[in-house]
Design a protein around this ligand. Structure first.
Ligand code: PEP
Ligand code: MN
Length: 348
């Protein structure tokens, strides 16, 4: 059950509601927005009596019964879509947003060339890892703060928003100073300390699906971030581990409409990690547009043959330009569909 308080309800009025909920034996988890407080009620058993009691309180705007284990991120809590605004763009709205750039930030020259190239082709956000989760401890671990500085420089030069991975709760404050969006990698989808810390970071979070994470587990992880105070979460399908070896991961394309049925949060597709092969990236990207993703996050490198990580799945700048050009008619259809959806919503 979720309780939405009236705007500007006083502290005392909020505490009264909490008191009633606790009286019925449930736990309270509140999100304090600038204008409004939303109280999540967690516990087992039939909530009807508690719900009726709270509904009659004058300071309460609305009470919604939510049966899913994830509450704040569910469509039952908030129909429609969450739109996340940053750096003049909107994810989850009327615009299909492409994020692109190298797997790792490797040098000033590399990230600048990548940034300028992807911006020219229509990307709105620059990706690049400064802290890298590598399977081997002997592989390149990322440029760390130097890499963050280069991302900031690339943003200043091109106007692109930036996204980078955060691997540890200890690095959250540092990384939040440098970039627009905090990426949680597949290997950290259930790093609950990190998710809780990101609830307080003040930046949107892009949460990747774990290598063997179910859709429900992905939503529960998103719930951690939202329940800890940050409503701006973007979900990312990046392929899951199956018995198939032809592709690096198996792209669970149906996860995108499945998530769109379950949550109001935006969903993007990562065709690079989902396939592991650059030749497959354009086709899978098209599928992402057609199936209703809110955007893509694509690996692009000015010289993929020299990339320190993930070169085989990275497009070069010309390949990215071609892909973006070929995606245009699909994105035009996507925009028409979104407009239709918005009109249907207004018509009720
Ligand atoms: C990445 O984006 O480079 C990355 C490490 O992705 P994932 O966490 O999906 O493996
Ligand atoms: Mn990568």
């Amino acid at each position: 059950m979720i309780i939405s308080m009236k705007t500007h309800a006083s502290r005392q009025e909020i505490d009264q509601v909490r008191g009633i909920v606790e009286h019925f034996g449930y736990k309270v988890h509140s999100i304090e927005g600038e204008e409004r407080v939303v109280i999540g009620v967690v516990g087992v058993g039939d909530v009807t009596a508690c719900m009726e009691s709270v509904e009659s309180m004058p300071q309460v705007e609305k009470v919604v019964r939510i049966s899913a284990p994830y509450k704040f991120v569910s469509k039952q809590f908030k129909p429609g879509r969450t739109r996340i605004r940053l750096n003049g763009i909107e994810i989850g709205g009327d615009e299909f947003v492409v994020m692109a750039g190298p797997c790792s930030v490797e040098s000033e020259k590399q990230i600048m060339q990548a940034a300028e190239g992807v911006a020219r082709s229509g990307a709105k956000m620059l990706r690049g890892g400064a802290f890298k989760p590598r399977t081997s401890p002997y592989d390149f671990q990322g440029m760390e703060e130097e890499g963050l500085k280069l991302l900031r420089k690339a943003k200043e030069a091109t106007g692109l928003a930036t996204i980078t991975e955060v691997m540890s709760d200890r690095d959250v404050d540092l990384i939040a100073q440098y970039v627009d969006v905090m990426q949680v990698g597949a290997r950290n989808m259930q790093n609950f300390m990190l998710l809780k810390e990101l609830g307080k970071c003040g930046r949107p979070v892009l949460l990747k699906r774990g290598l063997s994470g179910t859709i429900k587990e992905l939503l529960m992880s998103a719930e951690y971030v939202v329940a800890h105070g940050n409503p701006n979460v973007i979900l990312c399908e990046r392929g899951i581990r199956t018995f198939e070896t032809e592709t690096r991961n198996t792209c669970d394309i149906a996860a995108i409409p499945a998530l769109n049925e379950l949550t109001h949060l935006p969903v993007v597709l990562d065709p690079s990690h989902a396939t592991g092969k650059r030749s497959l990236v354009p086709a899978v990207s098209r599928a992402g547009v057609a199936i209703g993703a809110d955007g893509l996050i694509v690996e692009v490198h000015p010289a993929p043959e020299k990339a320190i990580s993930d070169g085989a799945q990275s497009l070069d700048l010309a390949q990215f330009e071609k892909m973006m050009r070929e995606l245009k008619p699909y994105i035009a259809l996507w925009e028409t569909a979104r407009k239709g959806e918005a009109m249907a919503a207004v018509a009720g």
